[in-house]
Design a protein around this ligand. Structure first.
Ligand SMILES: *[C@@H]1O[C@H](CO)[C@@H](O)[C@H](O)[C@H]1NC(C)=O
Ligand SMILES: *[C@@H]1O[C@H](CO)[C@@H](O)[C@H](O)[C@H]1NC(C)=O
Ligand SMILES: *[C@@H]1O[C@H](CO)[C@@H](O)[C@H](O)[C@H]1NC(C)=O
Ligand SMILES: *[C@@H]1O[C@H](CO)[C@@H](O)[C@H](O)[C@H]1NC(C)=O
Ligand SMILES: *[C@@H]1O[C@H](CO)[C@@H](O)[C@H](O)[C@H]1NC(C)=O
Ligand SMILES: *[C@@H]1O[C@H](CO)[C@@H](O)[C@H](O)[C@H]1NC(C)=O
Length: 474
């Protein structure tokens, strides 16, 4: 090849590059301007505001809600639970505020001078401040199509008649999330182990991520549980292998992240205890993961845990009575210490998924609370703006850690979505079986549904992190 043709090539490449930049800037510019009008669409939705403030008045700061399918079976449900939902009154002007995506600071995003303006924006972008936009392209996988959704979350198959709740996409105010791309997500997980550790709410998220990633496989048989186990709430460990990517996605059950135990009392009865200064015995598994996603929270409101009588242990000492919130804080600090001592931030990535809001009307998970008939998100009101005390503790603990922990701050995002719970569709009521209004699940989520958005945020974090680290390096 002669020199002149190399030069020519270089010349045309440069020209093409500038044309590309120019087109990109026009594209970005237009996109920014189109978005606000898109969001207006939400204003046409009815403002059906149930009186959720009722819930909060009982325990304004405590983490309400629980894990009904895992635990409510132990508890009698009061007979008054078969009541119809009361429609409430919290519709206010702030509705509009909550809905509008503000016209962004800088519509002329394409600032070619630096080339890193988009990085700057994503660094500042708070993924968790935003709104749900109507999007007909959702959900990402068809209801009933994913074999990894267990019955408790398989709402459409179970007979849920409405499906508007499937058609919302989370949109941060400050930026656009990358469009979800399952095969790209799998590519980023190549050779890695992704592990979700926590309670059944994390199993909910685990099933969601399996279904999302499954969409990236042309041959669905190239993904399987390594021991052939089917997902049930009774089992505490699952590992799915994606053959073509050499990666696994695993779930480790750990309700409290610290060590559960039993104590035999004077009468010979065994009672549960919780050692808040010792890490859970499943922690040896945690070490092996490359990406970890933790949660705990819902179990801290259960009877034993919240009463705190002869339950909490520290240094071998059993406290006759101990405050549950203080115990929660100490347990999280035990977890934080373990992470700092055992996780290598250069090789491992740690997420903590924040409290997922529950929406029980007229009671709690164990006292006849309901959420049936909810087909629209909450659009405004105090319920959305409340940040639980236990989450403030999480924020503080994470801040003090030496290992960077990414908080998936989903509390607010989930608060909007009173329409997303299984409610009475946590078991199959299709084929003419009668719907029981008792024992409703208003803390977990239907799948497809809200946990898909949490996993999209994990994906977005991986995508943006790559952009950021590149620009820092070069
Ligand atoms: C909403 O809840 C508040 C607080 O519990 C209560 O004072 C008010 O009467 C309720 N409003 C309706 C319409 O139920
Ligand atoms: C709603 O907004 C209107 C006009 O801005 C105002 O007059 C009215 O007092 C507001 N209502 C509430 C409940 O804030
Ligand atoms: C582009 O970036 C430069 C340097 O960061 C800044 O001074 C300028 O104001 C930016 N222009 C626009 C249109 O944002
Ligand atoms: C690029 O990004 C870095 C870090 O965010 C910032 O300090 C720098 O000013 C940016 N450069 C330009 C030209 O915008
Ligand atoms: C998704 O990601 C794959 C792998 O990175 C890529 O080949 C494909 O073009 C992407 N699809 C879309 C729609 O962006
Ligand atoms: C998480 O979001 C809440 C709003 O729901 C906010 O008050 C809080 O500061 C956020 N936490 C962090 C660590 O960003």
């Amino acid at each position: 090849m002669a020199n002149s043709s190399t030069l020519k090539n270089r010349y045309s490449f440069t020209t093409l590059f500038f044309i590309f930049l120019f087109l990109l800037s026009i594209f970005l510019f237009n996109k920014r301007h189109l978005e606000p009008s898109l969001s207006l669409y939400r204003n046409f939705f009815p403002h059906s505001n149930t009186n959720m403030s009722l819930l909060e008045s009982t325990s304004p700061d405590a983490v309400t809600g629980a894990d009904p399918p895992d635990s409510s079976t132990h508890l009698p449900i009061p007979p008054n639970s078969e009541m119809e939902p009361k429609e409430g009154n919290i519709a206010t002007n702030s509705t509009i505020h909550a809905l509008s995506v503000e016209n962004e600071r800088n519509p002329t995003t394409a600032n070619e001078s630096g080339g890193n303006s988009s990085t700057e924006r994503t660094e500042k972008c708070d993924f968790f401040k935003g709104s749900w936009l109507r999007d007909e392209d959702y959900p990402i996988y068809k209801p009933g199509s994913c074999p990894y959704v267990d019955e408790a979350f398989d709402c459409q198959t179970n007979g849920r008649p409405d499906f508007d709740y499937l058609k919302w996409r989370w949109k941060p105010d400050g930026c656009d999330l990358p469009m979800f791309n399952a095969s790209d997500f799998l590519e980023r997980l190549r050779g890695k182990r992704l592990m979700l550790i926590g309670d059944s709410m994390n199993r909910n998220q685990f099933e969601s991520i399996l279904c999302l990633l499954r969409e990236g496989l042309p041959d669905k048989s190239k993904m399987y549980e390594i021991h052939g186990h089917r997902i049930t709430k009774g089992r505490g460990y699952f590992a799915f292998k994606f053959e073509d990517y050499g990666c696994t996605v695993e779930f480790v059950r750990s309700h409290f992240l610290v060590k559960e135990g039993v104590r035999i009392d004077g009468q010979g009865n065994s009672n549960p205890t919780l050692s808040i200064d010792q890490i859970d015995k499943t922690a040896k598994r945690w070490k092996r993961a490359d990406i970890l996603v933790f949660n705990t929270g819902h179990w801290w409101t259960h009877g034993k845990t919240s009463r705190g009588k002869n339950y909490y242990k520290e240094g071998g000492f059993l406290y006759p009575k101990f405050d549950a919130v203080e115990a929660y804080q100490r347990a999280l600090m035990t977890w934080a210490k373990w992470i700092d001592q055992n996780v290598d931030p250069a090789k491992q990535l740690v997420f903590y998924r924040g409290y997922s809001s529950a929406h029980f009307r007229g009671g709690d998970w164990d006292s006849g609370g309901t959420c049936n008939g909810e087909t629209d998100p909450i659009l405004s009101g105090a319920f959305i703006n409340t940040y639980p005390l236990k989450m403030k503790i999480v924020d503080k603990v994470i801040q003090q850690m030496t290992t960077p922990v990414i908080l998936l701050n989903v509390t607010r995002l989930t608060s909007f979505r009173k329409d997303g719970h299984p409610s009475v569709y946590g078991k199959n009521v299709a084929n003419g079986r009668t719907v029981s209004l008792r024992r409703q699940d208003c803390s977990h989520w239907c799948l497809p549904g809200i946990p898909d958005a949490w996993n999209e945020l994990i994906y977005a974090t991986l995508v943006f992190q790559q952009t950021t680290s590149k620009s820092q390096r070069y």
